[in-house]
Write a protein that binds this ligand. Sequence first.
Ligand code: GLN
Length: 449
Amino acid sequence: MSTAADAVTEALSELHTRFTRLRDGRPADYIPQLARTDPDAFGLALISMDGHLYSAGDAGTPFTMQSVSKPFVYALALSVLGLDEVSRWVNAEPSGEAYNAISLEPDTGRPDNAMVNAGAIITTALIPDTPAAPRSDRILDCLSRFAGRRLDVDEQVYASEAATGDRNRALAYLIRSTGPLPVDPVAAVETYFRQCAVRVTALDLAAMAATLANGGVNPLTGDAVVPEPVAAQVLAVMATCGMYDASGEWLLRVGLPAKSGVSGGLIAAGPARFGLATYSPRLDPSGTSVRGRAALGALSERLGLHLMHNPALAASTVTLVATAGDLPAAGAAPQDRALRERVGVVVAQGAIDFTAAERVLYALDESRTQGAGPVVLDLGQVTGVDRVARAMLRGGLGRIAAEGVRTAVADPARRLALPGPGQRGAPPDPRSFATREQAVAWCAGGPAG
Ligand code: GLN
C-alpha cells in the first residue's frame, strides 16, 4: 500500500533519478583510501523534527564523515567551553578560501572559522583530554549521540589520511608557531584525522543535521545532545562558512546552513523543520559533492525551504487523529456506528506549509487504523495552505483515493481548491464538504462510488 507521506519519499526519489545522470567530478584521491569508493553511490535522506525518516537510493551506505564532522565537534567545544572562550581561539568569519587554506588572522594567528581545516584542528584541540575521558573518545561519543546510534572509526581511512596528511600537520605546526594556545594542535591533528574517519550513512547524517535543527535534541532518541543556543550558534557558522569559498552563493541560492565533506557527504538543516543529507562521492573542484549540491539546491527550491523565505510556524498542526467512531455522532444508528469505526479522521489547524503538510500526511496514514480505511481530513481550523502544501495534500489524498478508498475533506474555505480555471489532465479535486460530519457521513457510506 502506498502511504500519504510518500510525497516526501517521492520528492527524494525524483531527485535521485534526476541527478544520477550527473557524472561530473570524481572521488577525492589525496587520501588514497577515498579513491577506492564507488563513484556512483548516491543516497538522500530527510528526517523531520518528529523523527519521521525518508530516504532514497544508497541512504544506508557507509562512508567517512570527513569535514562533515567539523560542525559537530565545534558544537561539543561550544558546549564544554562556551562561545566566548572558543571564539578566543577560532573566529567565525567566512574565509572565502578553500578548506585546506592557511586561513589565519595575520596579527593573532586565529583561524577564520571552525569549518576550515585550520579552525577545525584547533577546535579539536580545545576538547578536554583526560586519562579518564580521552579527547577522541569524547568526540566519538558526541558524534554517536548526534546520530542516535553507536558510530565507529574506519581504521583504513584513518590510517590512509594519517600516512598522507602532512598538509594538515603543517597547518597545526603553523598554528602553534603563531600564538599562545592553551592546547597542542600538533597532538590534536591525529585526533582530527580520527574524527574525519568516523563512519556514517546518509541517514545518520540526516539525524545529525536534524538534531542541530531541533535545538540540539535528537528527534529519534530524544537525547539532548547540546544546549539549544549551541545548536543555533553552529547553524549560524554553517550558514556563513559551511561551504567554504562557495558559502555566500550557497546561502543566496539554497538558503540552508550546510556542510560538505570530501568523502561525498553533504548535510543541510532547516531550523525547526528537518535535517537533510546526501551522499555521492563525485566532487567538484572545491571538494563538494556535485550531485549533493544539485539535489539539495533543487529540493530547497521545490519544497520552498530557503531560510529567508519561511514564515514562523505554529508548533502543533495536527490537533486530532482518531476514527469517526470515537467522535460524538448525534443520532447515528447502531449499524452506522460500525461503519463510522472504519473512518479515520485527522483535524489540522493553523498555517500549512511543507513541514505542516508532512505532519498532516503522516497523521492521515496513522489514522487509517484498518490499513485501508476511508479517511476524512478536517481543515475547518486551518488558516492557510501554501502552494507546496496544497499540492502535497491533494497528492496524498489522491494516492489514498487511487486505492479505491473514499477520502474527503471538510474544507469550508475551499483551501485545497486550485486557484484559477481547472487545467486539463490535472488530478480531480478531493471530495469536499462544508463540515466534518458531512464528510464522515459520506465516507461511512460504503465503497467508493
Ligand atoms: N580529512 C579531510 C582533510 O582534512 C577533510 C577535508 C574535507 O572534508 N573537506 O583534508
